[in-house]
Design a protein around this ligand. Structure first.
Ligand SMILES: [Zn+2]
Ligand SMILES: [Zn+2]
Length: 291
């Protein structure tokens, strides 16, 4: 079976450039920000861009690709203004994904700012349900689409460091949208949050914990990143594949796991004098026994 693998790529120049950049590095999928990742507002996607992007799937022979939410939104925020703006961005991004036929939108769960886990979980669940409800009134509501909840490094006040946080949000949203929300797991974040991916026992425990809290069937995308931080350090510092604390053996277990190996792997690894995307993708393929 061929791995579905790609990196986070830039849309600088035009959205379609994402396909070219991915292809050049040996990928068959990718992740993008659909617009400016650092602001609240972003340029609309014009018709020409949408047409070209939709045609590119066939041209480059790519299947499902992934979008990531911009950085600023915080759907767990206790501040109403931030929360409302975050909900608006979530809806906007869902609609942009539909325009570009992107089936998965990865989102972080944010920080409850000291108001507690339960507050945060309910706040995020409301934001998700609200955005999916509002999106139903727009064109293209039937195209396959899912919001994917991403685990975090488990820093203070953040939601999503433990798989149980994600599971508890899904329990609420499942009442309204049982098929609308899935999960994206980041290996660097999981390790930073305390899931030990360096040993076979640690890996098995992590899988069992995920299965128990969330269910592997809901896992659609894996952010495959090595890390500079220690286990349970809460440090979110990505490293090249195999050159960090998780290492080749740890990441190989993820890539070759009978269930996980069929998922979409997205690398958010650095580009520096040691390696670029091409070399990191090659490292993962080698782990899986692909050339
Ligand atoms: Zn992320
Ligand atoms: Zn990260």
């Amino acid at each position: 079976m061929t791995l579905k693998i790609g990196t986070h790529v830039s849309i600088a120049g035009s959205h379609v450039r994402a396909f070219e950049r991915a292809k050049e590095s040996g990928a068959n999928t990718f992740q993008i920000f659909t617009g400016n990742p650092r602001g609240w507002s972003t340029k609309e996607i014009d018709e020409g861009t949408a047409t070209a992007f939709n045609a590119a799937y066939k041209k480059y022979n790519f299947g499902e690709v992934v979008a990531h939410m911009p950085y600023l939104p915080n759907p767990a925020s206790p501040k109403d203004e931030i929360y409302e703006k975050s909900c608006d961005v979530l809806l906007r991004e869902i609609l942009r994904c539909r325009t570009l036929s992107i089936p998965y939108l990865v989102t972080h769960l944010g920080s409850h700012g000291g108001n507690g886990r339960e507050f945060g979980i309910n706040r995020v669940a409301d934001a998700l349900t609200g955005a999916l409800t509002a999106a139903e009134e727009h064109a293209g509501a039937k195209t396959p689409f899912m919001i994917l909840l991403e685990n975090t490094a488990g820093t203070k006040n953040s939601i999503g460091g433990q798989f149980a946080d994600i599971g508890d949000i899904l329990k609420i949203t499942d009442e309204t949208f049982p098929d609308g929300i899935g999960v994206c797991t980041d290996t660097c974040h999981a390790f930073a949050a305390g899931y030990d991916l360096t040993t076979a026992e640690g890996f098995e425990r992590t899988i069992a914990d995920f299965e128990d809290a969330v269910g592997l069937k809901r896992l659609k995308v894996i952010h495959l990143n090595d890390t500079k931080g220690d286990c349970a350090s809460h440090l979110d510092r990505h490293e090249h594949i195999g050159l960090g604390r998780i290492g080749t053996e740890g990441l190989k277990r993820v890539v070759t796991h009978p269930t996980l190996s069929s998922r979409i792997f997205i690398l958010e690894t650095p580009i520096d004098e040691r390696r670029g995307d091409k070399e990191n993708i090659a490292a993962v393929k080698a782990m899986a026994g692909e050339k």
